[in-house]
Design a protein around this ligand. Structure first.
Ligand code: SAM
Length: 292
């Protein structure tokens, strides 16, 4: 059996054979260390019963490990130059499907329905393209698909935000989107040297595990994510100003915002970084009660 794709010599050989030059603009940093890949699959606790979504398979280094461990793998890759390469590198695995799409423009529920067997636990595993780590995570976490866990490599600086405490600089809309449904833990710090080419930031593998369903849920979930995003839209502004930017500055609207903040027991002058997930839920419901 052929050796792993994730090996510096084989990665270079594949790239040479196809004349592939990586596109930095697409965040292409390929993993070449089997230990790191093993660690990712181990952290995600993938079993033969699991279906896995992968974002950005690249030349297939992680995909191959996922295919060996999982029931099925559905991977989204934006760069069509990689399709013939993946055809070859993953030829031995009949449980992998590659979709040539931008993950930010993908209708994930429809894709899952069309391409994966039903009734298997769903996990998300990826070595993310770092230029869009935050929009990918925000999209996945505020979307309708409930993943059992999410194990993703990202830049360390973003990883720090996921488990941040209220009142810290790292605490933001992403933190709240994560903590709304998942528990975050840092699984491993990864050195730059295991990637080809090396990224110019430090990396970390983060594991997000689904929490039991919340007892306190917002009346309108999309509205909750909207209020969270708006709360942090201008980090130096207080909550009062950010809510006015969202809803408007007309006297009547201001009055409604004021009533909602009063009802929620929240001081308009504080910044969003002081609010817990539960307080954002209470605030969203109070705004909703004011018809905002
Ligand atoms: N999984 C491979 C590995 O670990 O070696 C490659 C990871 S590389 C960090 C990120 C991958 O995401 C690249 O293959 C890149 O082309 C792909 N990518 C970048 N933007 C994307 C997007 N919007 N949608 C889907 N894939 C994207």
């Amino acid at each position: 059996k052929e050796i792993d794709i994730a090996n510096p010599a084989r990665t270079q050989a594949i790239m040479n054979a196809y004349g592939l030059r990586v596109k930095k603009s697409l965040g292409q940093n390929f993993l070449t260390d089997p230990n790191v890949l093993h660690n990712i699959v181990f952290t995600a606790d993938i079993s033969q019963n699991d279906n896995v979504i992968e974002i950005g398979p690249g030349i297939g280094a992680l995909t191959e490990y996922l295919a060996r461990a999982a029931h099925q793998v559905l991977a989204f890759e934006i760069d069509d130059r990689l399709l013939p390469i993946l055809d070859e590198t993953l030829a031995d695995y009949d449980n992998v499907e590659i979709i040539n799409q931008d993950i930010l423009k993908t209708d994930l529920p429809a894709m899952i329905e069309a391409h994966l067997d039903a009734d298997h636990p769903l996990k998300l595993v990826a070595n993310l393209p770092y230029y869009i780590t935050t929009p990918i995570l925000m999209g996945v976490l505020s979307g309708p698909i409930k993943f059992e866990n999410i194990v993703v490599m990202m830049q360390k600086e973003v990883a720090d935000r996921l488990a941040a405490e209220p009142g810290t600089k790292a605490y933001g809309a992403l933190t709240i989107a994560v903590q709304y449904r998942m528990a975050a833990e840092l699984a491993m710090i990864v050195p730059r040297t295991v990637f080809v080419p090396s990224p110019n930031v430090d990396s970390a593998i983060v594991k997000l595990t689904a929490l039991p369903p919340r007892t306190h849920v917002p009346f309108d979930e999309p509205a909750f994510f909207k209020v969270v995003k708006a709360g942090f839209a201008h980090r130096r502004k207080n909550l009062w100003n950010n809510l006015q930017s969202l809803f408007g500055k007309e006297p009547e609207t201001k009055n409604m915002i004021q009533m909602a903040l009063d009802a929620a027991g929240i001081d308009p002058r504080i910044r969003a970084e002081r609010l817990s997930v539960d307080e954002f839920i209470t605030l969203t419901d109070a705004l909703h009660a004011e018809k905002l």
